[in-house]
Write a protein that binds this ligand. Structure first.
Ligand code: 5MM
Length: 326
């Protein structure tokens, strides 16, 4: 059981591959489809995800795909379910199991991610239908008086309870404590908050008995806030990010797979490439959503005659990220 967890975790972060985050909730996916003129129907969400996962040779740069509950239960046009189809394509199927970030009581402007009720049973069901790993995202905001210790502790505790339940079911947990880029904070403030969020998380994972060699961390890169006016080069971002990670993460962690957080595809790739110049005890790879799929969504925009164009656009983002971590 432990060996299976470790082997899956290692495979998820094995060079030159990263993870495709295609687990947008129904609400997020619907608004992204509508933005490119596609009706927000379950069939269109399915067609879009089918276009992504059937991209030729996707497995060369992608080790795993994170699916949402809706997609996990849908079938491709050949009749296979998404998890089984992804598995047949030599890619590990994963499942987002949180039920979203809700307002944290008595903490204006802060969020707590929900989804622990009934999670053990849901995980067992996902495993029986092919899931090999799971994902839970916590959202941390930077602002006046934020984040509070309450928000950091509550989100870290929920992530740790989720991760322990995953490992009990032999699913590798991706733990994602995302410090948002929104705000006018400096890169130094982002580093401070990212470090605090990771310290709370590592303490809670330890308390919960979570095995780090069977865990993948999905953090934000350390960057200036989007309205700060501060510019940082990929080298500065890589230096700040790796310094922060090294200060907190034990060497036993299976690996780090960054989120893109709203950075443009090219910037996210340049930052990821700059990280590789630093020596770290864990592989540093990608688990991007928007930075991988946005060009594909625009190229396809719901036209069945443009499936190949969408797939080429996805391959055009997977390739440089894969090259960056090779
Ligand atoms: C793909 O989007 C994921 C699900 O988001 P919602 O539940 O809010 O719809 C999201 O967790 C994503 O995996 C991470 O934010 C990383 O994606 P980006 O676009 O930041 O790389």
């Amino acid at each position: 059981m432990i060996e299976a967890l470790h082997g899956t975790a290692r495979a998820m972060v094995s060079r030159p591959r990263g993870i495709l985050a295609a687990d947008e909730s129904i609400g997020t996916m619907s608004s992204r489809l509508e933005k490119v003129g596609v009706a927000a129907t379950a069939d269109n969400r399915r067609d879009y995800r089918e276009m992504l996962v059937t991209t030729p040779e996707l497995h060369e740069g992608i080790s795993g795909v994170i699916l949402s509950d809706e997609t996990f239960n849908q079938k491709l046009s050949d009749g296979n379910t998404f998890p089984l189809a992804v598995h047949a394509l030599n890619i590990l199927p994963g499942i987002k199991v949180d039920t979203g970030a809700k307002d944290l009581a008595l903490s204006p402007g802060e969020k707590i991610t929900e989804g622990l009720d009934g999670l053990r049973e849901r995980l067992r069901d996902y495993v029986s239908r092919g899931a090999r790993f799971a994902k839970w995202r916590a959202v941390i905001t930077i602002g006046e008086g934020r984040p509070t210790e309450r928000a950091l502790r509550a989100n870290a505790h929920a992530l740790a309870r989720y991760a322990a339940l995953c490992q009990e079911s032999v699913l590798v947990p991706i733990v994602e404590p995302e410090v948002l880029m929104d705000g006018d904070h400096t890169i130094e403030r982002c580093a401070e908050v990212t470090r605090a969020a990771l310290e709370y998380l590592l303490a809670e994972l330890d308390d919960a008995g979570v095995d780090l060699a069977g865990t993948v961390l999905k953090p934000n890169m350390v960057v200036p806030g989007t309205t700060s006016g501060q510019q940082a080069s990929p080298e500065e971002i890589a230096e700040a990010t790796v310094t922060t990670l090294r200060a907190v993460l034990p060497e036993t962690l299976a690996g780090v797979a960054f989120l893109s957080g709203g950075q443009s595809p090219e910037v996210a790739t340049a930052n990821l490439a700059a990280m590789q110049k630093h020596e770290t005890p864990w592989p540093l790879t990608f688990s991007f959503g928007r930075a991988l799929v946005d060009p594909a969504l625009k190229a396809w925009h719901g036209d069945s005659a443009l499936i190949s164009a969408g797939q080429q656009a996805l391959a055009g983002r997977v390739q440089p990220n894969s090259a960056a971590v090779a």
